[in-house]
Design a protein around this ligand. Structure first.
Ligand SMILES: [Zn+2]
Length: 305
């Protein structure tokens, strides 16, 4: 994937945060939230069960301070331009959020008659206080429905996705992860995110259907990303998306399939515990969105998966 040279980048939708230091001291907590909304955060590849984690809700001792890492991230974000997004992970996250905004600002009204509201994206490391409670970057990228924010630790891509799970190191793979999290924001706007909490595990559970739909929405973004101009009739931010990019995304979708994660952790493959779907399912649903570009084609809630 190549971002256009010389384009402007709006960094206002992304900010730096976190307590610094890897491995949040208090682990992850869930809870809090706004009346009636789903409050449990939605992680990229881990099923989050508050009971299992045995963690406490509420603030960590770290909140309220702008730490070194938060300031460093913010300074990094502020100097990003579009060209840097081709080589720099943090700038790539920023540019991807803007490309997602362009696509969904057009597609959501066209396909669902609804106006897109951009979520805020937080780039952090260590621990961060969220509308879903205090969270650690150890759980990887996540979305919090209660505050409608996306949270990403940029170190996750290399340390976990590539080295532990064998995903592609390419920029396209990172962009797919951001697009997947934005898929959860779309589901929150449409009300579908609740389905994952009602039926949290199993190969055809609500949780798996929600995750596969987020993969499909990521594919839908990729379908339109190189042809959708920014509002005001400028050129698309993204100049190209090659077959190699699509292959890298598919490889990554497979790497974060539940069966692959269980196997690579030395565990038995146990579909009854799945929360995100198998490698094959994740590959299939990303490609469905990518090839068809249709939200209707991303209806994972009907029929067999
Ligand atoms: Zn997800």
């Amino acid at each position: 994937m190549t971002f256009r040279q010389g384009g402007k980048l709006d960094t206002s939708g992304v900010s730096g945060g976190g307590s610094g230091g890897r491995g949040g001291r208090r682990g992850m907590a869930v809870g809090g939230g706004v009346g009636g909304l789903v409050v449990v955060l939605i992680a990229l590849f881990l099923g989050v069960d508050p009971g299992q984690l045995g963690l406490e809700a509420g603030p960590t001792g770290d909140q309220g301070q702008q730490t070194g890492s938060a300031q460093q991230f913010q300074a990094h974000i502020d100097q990003c331009d579009l060209e840097q997004a081709n080589s720099d992970t943090i700038c790539r996250i920023v540019a991807t959020t803007e490309s997602l905004e362009d696509v969904w600002t057009t597609q959501l009204p066209d396909q669902a008659g609804m106006r897109w509201v951009q979520p805020h994206t937080n780039i952090f490391t260590g621990a961060i206080d969220t509308g879903c409670g205090a969270a650690s970057s150890d759980i990887g990228p996540f979305y919090c429905p209660a505050d409608q924010n996306v949270y990403i630790d940029p170190a996750f891509f290399d340390e976990v996705l590539v080295r532990q799970l064998g995903a592609s190191p390419s920029g396209a793979a990172q962009m797919y992860v951001v697009a997947h999290e934005f898929g959860h924001h779309l589901q929150t706007m449409l009300g579908d995110i609740r389905r994952s909490q009602r039926d949290p595990a199993g190969p055809s559970s609500g949780a798996v259907r929600v995750e596969l739909q987020a993969d499909c929405y990521a594919g839908l973004w990729a379908h339109y990303a190189t042809t959708t101009p920014a509002p005001g009739g400028e050129l698309p931010l993204l100049e190209s998306l090659t077959q190699r990019d699509v292959d890298a995304i598919v490889q990554t979708a497979e790497a974060i399939g539940d069966d692959h994660i269980q196997k690579s952790g030395g565990a038995r493959v146990d579909p009854g515990s799945w929360t995100h779907g198998s490698s094959e399912m994740r590959r299939q649903w990303f490609l469905t969105g990518y090839e068809q570009g249709s939200m209707q084609a991303c209806d994972t809630f009907r029929g067999q998966l």
